[in-house]
Write a protein that binds this ligand. Structure first.
Ligand code: ATP
Ligand code: MG
Length: 256
C-alpha cells in the first residue's frame, strides 16, 4: 500500500449545504489506497457523514474533484460505476424490516441491473451469492427469517451481507454500530474487519468511540468543524489531540 495511483482521491472536495453560511466540509484533499481500513472520528456535526456521503456523491460536492483509480468522476456513467463499486452500511441499516434476510441481501444485487430487469425475479446465481454472503456473516440459518424478528446485531450483519452481495471495492459505513451495545458493536466491527481483509475491500467507517476505532483501523482521519485535523496511524494520535477532536463535547462525555 502507499504506492501508485490511489483508489480514491479527494481533491479540494467541498460541501456547502443550501442556505448554510459555511461549508460542512471545508476543501478536503485525502487519498485512500485499495484495501485500506480507515476510521473517521469526530464530534457530532464535525462532518463525518457529509464526507462519507460525498465519496459516493450521495451528497453532491459543491467544489473540488473526486477521482477513482485516477479518473475524475463526472459523467453519469462513471458515477453509476463508482456507486456500484461502493456499498454503504448505515447506522439504522435501512433494511426492509418485513422482508426476509435473503430478500434484503438480494437488494445488494440491484445495482447490477437496469431498472426494467430489476422487476424480474433474481437469478439462481444471485440467490446463491446472497446465501453465501449470509453464511459469511453467520446468518445462513436465518435466511428466510423476517428481519424484524432478528436482533439489532443480526440486523446489522444482514446489512453487511447486503453490502457484500454488491461485491464492492469500497465499503462506506456511517456509524454502523452506533445503535448496538458495546459487546455486539465489537463483534460486528470484528466481522466487518475480517471480511474486508479477506476480500481486499477498502473500508471507510465513521465511529464515535475511539476504543472501537483502535481495534478496527490503523489509519485514523479525524474531523472537526468540517476540517481534517488529523490523518495518520493511530499510534501518532496523542491524548491531547483526542481531546481537541472532541472539543465540542463535554469532557466527561468523551468516548474513551
Ligand atoms: N442535509 C443537510 N442540510 C443542511 N445541513 C446539513 C445537512 N446534513 C448535515 N448538515 C450540517 O452539516 C454539518 C456536518 O454534519 P454531518 O451530519 O456531516 O456531521 P457528523 O459528523 O456526521 O455528525 P453526527 O456524529 O451527529 O452524525 C452539521 O453542521 C450539520 O448540521
Ligand atoms: Mg453522521
Amino acid at each position: 500500500m502507499g504506492f501508485g495511483i490511489p483508489m480514491i482521491s479527494l481533491q479540494q472536495l467541498t460541501v456547502t449545504y443550501p442556505g448554510a453560511s459555511r461549508p460542512a466540509l471545508l476543501p478536503t484533499s485525502l487519498s485512500f489506497q485499495a484495501g485500506e481500513l480507515v476510521v473517521l472520528l469526530g464530534a457530532s456535526g464535525a462532518g463525518k457523514s457529509t464526507l462519507l456521503r460525498s465519496i459516493n456523491m450521495l451528497t453532491k460536492p459543491t467544489a473540488g474533484k473526486l477521482k477513482v483509480n485516477g479518473r475524475v468522476i463526472k459523467s453519469e456513467r462513471s458515477l453509476r460505476e463508482h456507486r456500484r463499486d461502493s456499498a454503504m452500511i448505515f447506522q439504522q441499516h435501512q433494511l426492509l424490516l418485513q422482508q426476509s434476510a435473503l430478500h434484503n441481501v438480494l437488494l445488494g444485487r440491484l445495482s447490477y441491473y437496469s431498472s426494467l430487469r430489476s422487476l424480474l425475479p433474481m437469478s439462481v446465481a444471485d440467490k446463491e451469492l446472497a446465501l453465501h454472503c449470509l453464511e459469511r456473516v453467520g446468518l445462513l440459518d436465518s435466511a428466510l427469517e423476517r428481519v424484524d424478528r432478528l436482533s439489532g446485531g443480526q440486523q446489522q450483519r444482514v446489512g453487511i451481507a447486503r453490502a457484500l452481495a454488491q461485491q464492492p471495492k469500497v465499503i462506506l459505513a456511517d456509524e454502523p454500530v452506533a445503535s448496538l451495545d458495546p459487546v455486539t458493536s465489537q463483534q460486528v466491527l470484528d466481522l466487518l474487519h475480517t471480511l474486508c481483509k479477506e476480500d481486499g475491500i477498502t473500508a471507510i467507517v465513521s465511529l464515535h468511540q475511539l476504543a472501537l476505532a483502535k481495534s478496527f483501523a490503523e489509519r485514523i482521519v479525524a474531523l472537526s468543524h468540517g476540517e481534517v485535523v488529523f490523518d495518520g496511524p493511530l499510534s501518532e494520535l496523542s491524548d491531547s489531540q483526542v481531546v481537541s477532536i472532541y472539543s465540542q463535547t463535554h469532557y466527561s462525555a468523551l468516548p474513551l
